[in-house]
Design a protein around this ligand. Structure first.
Ligand code: G6P
Length: 614
């Protein structure tokens, strides 16, 4: 989950690289570095532990110049975050430079073999080995040129990688390869880019090629040459990405997270648009490649994901079981393949991932493919691994999500799951037409209701002020809203570092109730659904033990006002869609508490936006 950028073209490479890294900082931000090469073939490198701003300080103090180069922002796997372990890394001669995202699993073995040949290493990273392997290949590889030496090193690596390298002896040449983590090649006017993700290059070009696994690219001033693992040239046509660079900016908000919270009405609307016919109630999910015959024939669904996407999966279970009357299991991707799951052609496995590159989710998908002919991804990133490996995808149209804590991607995932549940319910004949219509009408109304709610967040700001000093929070919900309690707790802990737990409210009495005292705020999700009375009883239980209750509901209620310390009211929708609206106050509460505590909201410590290691 490090960020990679490489540039070759007429602009100042340092500027292009640092700007690109800024847009990739969400991928890792414990150290950063750049390397550029000048006309004489001299390599200049600057690296710094900490954020990109720290690297920029180093560059200001010791400016560097060159014709082309590469840059990296790191999320440490091997070796602590330090200047020495920051990328780029060089070989023993100082003439080969490498940046890497991923993990080389056999690096110790390779390191020992290289040490026997006299190589000396200065970092604790696995990446440094790659530079030395290239050096070794150049020395002993019967006159291989740099791109060939680079290509020949790759089969020795076990693990996953996106690699970009340059050599002082190969003027104006960048080489890159991927196996696992994403790499995208940008094709501008007389300038070429390689990067981990599109936002890094969007300011320069929208024409891109998503590299395939085991593919290599050589970038030179006359353009990119793609080749397969054996060095055979492969023709790749660029595609145009629809994202606007402005979409990836903060747009006047203090943080990406706040901007993304406010983008939810648009994101949900875009996820719905073109997928639902208000007239016929037909659900159109063309890219999902699902036939009604298949949807009728499947007997089980399993939804697999990580983090916030896993919470969306839990909501999806309620939606699918309710509307399509099909049993649904939900798995953490990191657990799925290790529990020897029952997979066969009667199972529809669904994988949810904002980024489409989460290593655990991809590994689970690959496992499922061994037994299931049809696999479905729900994904926000066009061209990502998940979308290419699953047999079909429902794209969420949330747009680029930069804040590490997922917000708009989450509610867009819920929207996509609602569409899938409707589609399956219709295909399987379990959903009466009137109910279908009612759901669709309610779904269409959600963006406007979100706008209405987000219009004024002063109430949540005030609540954040009153509750920011507490060290533990409990979130409670029931039924389809129980996953929202989990998500609310996750949001708070991710960005404010406050300990928070989410629980199904009925489970409280089996443990968490022991924690309740006057120092424990409890966020109780209590819309006026069929378990409202039960939630009221749980709130009583909290109050009886002097807990602090923040209730979130969807209509004025005397009972709640009397019992709770604070009541937040969201717009009313159908019970099954309440999660889409309940998520909003919880996101805002986490945001404002983190802000008051001076936390780095968009880049919380130890986290990364996309986790490409297992
Ligand atoms: C990381 C992020 C989370 C995200 C999870 C899954 O942990 O910090 O916000 O929910 O990965 O990511 P995915 O891209 O697969 O949805």
């Amino acid at each position: 989950m490090c960020g990679i950028v490489g540039y070759i073209g007429p602009k100042d490479p340092v500027e292009v690289l640092v700007e690109g890294l800024r847009r990739l900082e969400y991928r890792g931000y414990d150290s950063a570095g750049v390397a550029v090469v000048d006309d004489e073939g001299a390599i200049a490198i600057r690296r710094a532990p900490g954020k990109l701003a720290d690297l920029e300080k180093v560059i200001r103090a010791q400016p560097l110049e060159g014709r082309y180069g590469l840059g990296h922002t790191r999320w440490a796997t091997h070796g602590r975050p330090s200047e020495e372990n920051a990328h780029p890394h060089v070989d023993g001669s100082g003439r080969v430079v490498v940046i890497h995202n991923g993990i080389i699993e056999n690096y110790l073995e390779l390191k020992r073999a290289l040490e026997k040949k006299g190589h000396r290493f200065v970092t604790q990273t696995d990446t440094e080995i790659v530079a030395h392997l290239i050096e070794e290949q150049l020395k002993n590889g019967s006159g291989d040129d740099f791109p060939t030496a680079f290509r020949k090193v790759l089969p020795q690596l076990r693990g996953i990688y996106a690699l970009v390298a340059l050599s002082a002896d190969a003027p104006e040449t960048l080489v890159a390869a991927r196996l696992g983590p994403p790499l995208v090649v940008g094709i501008g006017e007389d300038e070429y880019f390689v990067a981990s993700d599109i936002p890094a290059i969007l300011n320069h070009t929208k024409d891109v090629v998503f590299m395939e696994d085991n593919e290599i690219v050589v970038l030179r001033p006359d353009g990119p040459t793609f080749m397969d693992a054996d060095g055979n040239v492969v023709v790749r046509e660029p595609q145009r990405v629809p994202w606007d660079p402005i979409t990836a900016e903060k747009g006047g908000y203090k943080h990406f997270m706040l901007k993304e919270i406010h983008e939810q009405p648009r994101a949900v609307r875009d996820t719905l648009i073109g997928r639902v016919s208000l007239e016929s109630s037909e659900i159109l999910l063309d890219e999902a490649n699902l036939t009604d015959e298949h949807l009728k024939a499947v007997e089980r669904v399993c939804i697999v994901a990580c983090g916030t996407s896993w919470h969306a999966a839990l909501v999806g279970k309620f939606m699918l079981e309710r509307l399509a009357r099909i049993p649904v299991e939900v798995d953490y991707a990191s657990e799925f393949r290790y529990r020897d799951p029952l997979i066969d052609e009667k199972l529809l496995p669904v994988f949810i991932s904002q980024s489409g590159e989460t290593a655990d989710t991809l590994a689970a998908l690959r496992y499922a493919k061994t037994g299931c002919p049809v696999t479905l991804g729900i994904c926000n990133v066009q061209g990502s691994m998940l979308t290419r490996e699953a047999t079909g995808t429902i794209y969420t149209h949330a747009g680029p999500e930069i804040g590490v804590a997922s917000t708009k991607a989450f509610t867009s995932q819920l929207t996509a799951l609602a569409l899938l549940a409707l589609k399956m319910g219709q295909a399987r004949g379990t959903l009466p037409e009137e109910e279908s219509r009612e759901m669709i009408r309610a779904l269409y109304h959600i963006p406007a209701q979100m706008e209405q709610y987000l219009d004024d967040d002063s109430e949540i700001q005030a609540l954040a002020k009153v509750h920011q000093q507490y060290t533990d929070f409990l979130y409670l919900g029931r039924g389809v809203n129980y996953p929202i309690a989990l998500e609310g707790a996750l949001k708070l802990k991710e960005i404010s570092y406050i300990h928070a737990e989410g629980y199904p409210a009925g489970e409280m009495k089996h443990g968490p109730i022991a924690l309740i005292d006057e120092e424990l705020p409890v966020v109780a999700l209590a819309p006026r659904d069929r378990v409202f009375e039960k939630m009221l009883a749980n709130i009583e239980e909290v109050k009886a033990r002097s807990g602090i209750v923040i209730a979130v509901t969807d209509a004025e209620s005397e009972d709640l006002t009397e019992k709770a310390d604070a009541v937040v009211i969201i717009p009313r929708t159908l019970d099954l869609l309440a999660p889409l609206l309940l998520a909003l106050p919880l996101q805002l509460l986490a945001y404002y508490i983190a802000l008051l505590r001076g936390c780095d909201v968009d880049q919380p410590r130890n986290l990364a936006k996309s986790v490409t290691v297992e």
